[in-house]
Design a protein around this ligand. Structure first.
Ligand SMILES: Nc1ncnc2c1ncn2[C@@H]1O[C@H](COP(=O)(O)OP(=O)(O)OP(=O)(O)O)[C@@H](O)[C@H]1O
Length: 353
């Protein structure tokens, strides 16, 4: 439905967005995820029509709209600062887009339907200065959805809210997206938010998309070190490829006599190549378990309710191990204790070093 084709944006000689390609399907929830300054908002603003690409094209259903003005695009936008009209009540804020477009037949039914969808019945006549931050967020969403845009762009819409409200609105936003079937492009720097809501995530760094894929793929099959580090925590061990066939790659793990054997992916190309091995902390098993194991010493531990995370010093390098905490099942390991740290074969992701 939406195609970003080799799009760049240059400001004062610097590339804010650098040759980005993205395809978005109808009804999809796509998230642009990346650290501050990586170009997420600039890309979104080009889709909205508030910025013109320096090169490349943005196509909607096959038609190049890169240079169309914002008002000609069937695209809605929810900003972080909301930009609600403070002197208007909730109803009039939501009705605004329909009135501005002179789409007034059926207006009352559509406005009330949207107000109900975002859970604000009873608040119709309140001014937006007289409702809470979370409720203002819902008004902003209803106001953008009421005109039934083809695509709704959301630029960090939840970032001003406290954690609990944020989690609650994430669930609601996802429900509303499913119910309306409108394509959402959502910007955030919060990886948990991205993982929990998106059909696909584009992880951005320095103006480029490093990886574009499902939340599960981004988390479990990161293709670059940046993606592995930015999305969740991970352990990086290193080693050298000792053999590679079309099926199997064998890798000697530095500091150990372990030879890892994993299914060949595009990551490993030739013998002798240096590779990083990413293993998520929750896949590290303590005690002599897993297909591979290394001797390790506990450096510290931190308790976070359901789990304990141990920092370990192992023969293969530092390791974090996140294990479930079960009250009554023995005491946590103490700093200085030795333990064997292992992991199953399918927990390993090879990434070019
Ligand atoms: N109008 C502008 N003029 C000059 N430089 C700009 C302009 N807009 C953005 N930039 C620069 O482009 C780069 C990308 O900015 P952008 O706002 O797209 O990043 P972002 O990923 O959305 O960051 P954040 O999460 O902090 O909002 C930054 O280096 C920024 O300073």
């Amino acid at each position: 439905m939406l195609k970003i084709d080799d799009v760049s944006k240059v400001f004062d000689g610097a590339r804010a967005v650098d040759r980005v390609d993205l395809d978005v399907n109808e009804g999809e929830f796509v998230t642009l995820l990346g650290p501050s300054g990586c170009g997420k908002s600039t890309l979104l603003r080009m889709i909205a029509g508030f910025e013109v690409p320096s090169s490349g094209r943005i196509l909607m259903r096959g038609k190049d709209m890169s240079r169309d003005p914002a008002y000609q695009r069937e695209i809605g936008m929810v900003f972080q600062n909301l930009a609600l009209f403070p002197h208007m009540n909730v109803y009039d804020n939501v009705a605004f887009g329909l009135r501005a477009r002179k789409r007034t037949d059926d207006l009352d039914r559509r406005v009330r339907e949207m107000i109900s969808m975002v859970g604000l019945e009873g608040f119709e006549s309140r001014r937006t200065g007289q409702i809470s931050g979370g409720q203002r967020q819902r008004v902003a969403l209803a106001r953008s959805l009421v005109t039934a845009p083809d695509v709704l762009l959301l630029d960090e819409p939840l970032s001003a809210l406290d954690l609990k409200l944020r989690r609650q609105l994430q669930v609601e936003l996802k429900r509303i997206q499913r119910e309306t079937g409108i394509t959402f492009i959502f910007v955030t720097h919060d990886q948990e938010e991205a993982l929990s809501m998106s059909d696909r995530i584009a992880v951005m760094t320095a103006g480029k998309v490093d990886q574009y894929g499902s939340a599960v793929d981004i988390y479990h099959k990161p293709q670059t070190e940046f993606v592995a580090r930015f999305v969740g925590e991970t352990n990086f061990l290193s080693g050298s490829v000792c053999s590679v066939t079309s099926e199997q790659t064998e890798l000697d793990l530095d500091g150990t006599d372990i030879r890892l054997s994993v299914a060949t992916t595009s990551a490993a190309r030739r013998q002798g190549e240096r590779m990083s091995v990413s293993i998520r902390p929750e896949h590290v098993l303590l005690g002599a378990r897993g297909e591979y194991s290394v001797p390790a010493r506990v450096v510290s531990h931190s308790f976070s309710g359901a789990t304990i995370t141990y920092a370990l010093d192992s023969a293969a390098g530092p390791l974090l191990a996140q294990v479930p905490f079960q009250p009554g099942r023995g005491h946590p390991l103490l700093p200085g204790e030795t333990v064997s740290a292992g992991w199953p074969n399918d927990a390993i992701t090879l990434i070019p070093a």
